[in-house]
Design a protein around this ligand. Sequence first.
Ligand SMILES: [Cu+2]
Length: 402
Amino acid sequence: MYRDTGIVPWCSNSIVLNGKGRTYCHPQESLDSVGGKGRNSLGCLPQPLQAQYSNSQTCEPTKTDLEIVQPKQGQEWIWINFIHSGAHHELQISVDEHEFFVVAADGEFVHPQKVHVANCNLGERISILVRLDKTPGDYAIRVTSLREEQVIQGIGILRYAAAQVYRGAEPPDTTPWVHLNGSLIDRTLVKMDEMNLAPYPKRPPPPTADHTLKFSVNMTGKSSWALNIGPHQAFRQQLPPLLWEEGSRGVTTYGDKAQGLMKNGSVVDIIFSNGANVSSQHPFHKHNNKAWIIGTGTGGFPWASVEDAIQNGGVVDRFNFVDPPLRDGCRLGNETGDWTVIRYQITFPAASMLHCHMIHHFAAGQQVVILEGVESMAPIPTDVKDRIHSNFQPPLRYGPLD
Ligand SMILES: [Cu+2]
């Protein structure tokens, strides 16, 4: 359906924590008040031609158990790790009536941020420390979608050790910090600032880069997304390994001999920018290395490199070389011309994937392969090369989703 109509199957029934959660059917006026009119009973906005090509979806409530997080008796703090394994809804984390500290991002300690809500994008990890200083009882842990296309929230339970609770795993009736769409109930509340998640202890990025890759994001069809020249074609994973078979690479492999090898130990800048046909943010994931998010901006990135941008573009204030976040990926903004720059050092020789984590972008070609430090790898033994591979010859008209 998605390939041929561009209709994305993102309308979900529930957001679960450790596999537990419910479908909540909110009153239509609640959905309207936070998300505007025109949503279905699951809180979803209709897509063009959806009624023609797909079944209608109706909210049916469920009553399953909720996940309970419970500290031991006497514990004054609780540490909770959130791992976003989903592929569409950026989520916002909150715990009713509790502020908390964000203490780690993607498994690395950060300078703690005291907040009421923290966002956790696709594929990301956020760790929080919650002080258990409220009246013992059950408090809702809320994971709220920040995507405009669906108003949806998942609920878990923070249950104090001393809580006298005999009500099973029902949603707590505590007071949330947020509305159903993730907007704050009070403007004095504090959101996590993801560009201010400095590594702890300090880990500044290398001051200069050896290589620059520029990726311009564009939607090239209703189910086709590209970084630069064209979408990555999924059939390439059926071909003989591109590590040694140059014929398997296509236009979405970077860092081979023709373009200049990126050697082990070298420093790479990747500059993402949005082209004209862009309708949503892109949470990119860089495999194998963490990368510093050294700059973001708007209005396009016409310069050849970060150095060029600083010398000739007057955008030095858009960069942070002192204590930028060190993450598994980065966010590219929603608008045409938005840009984000990451910097990393190749320390793990590999054919690495770089892709958007939105599943319908990823599947529709928003991914590339980067050959990193491959010159330092031992030669591939002949008996490995000579193992039987399928001799699959795809028709080259294939698109990314075929
Ligand atoms: Cu994307």
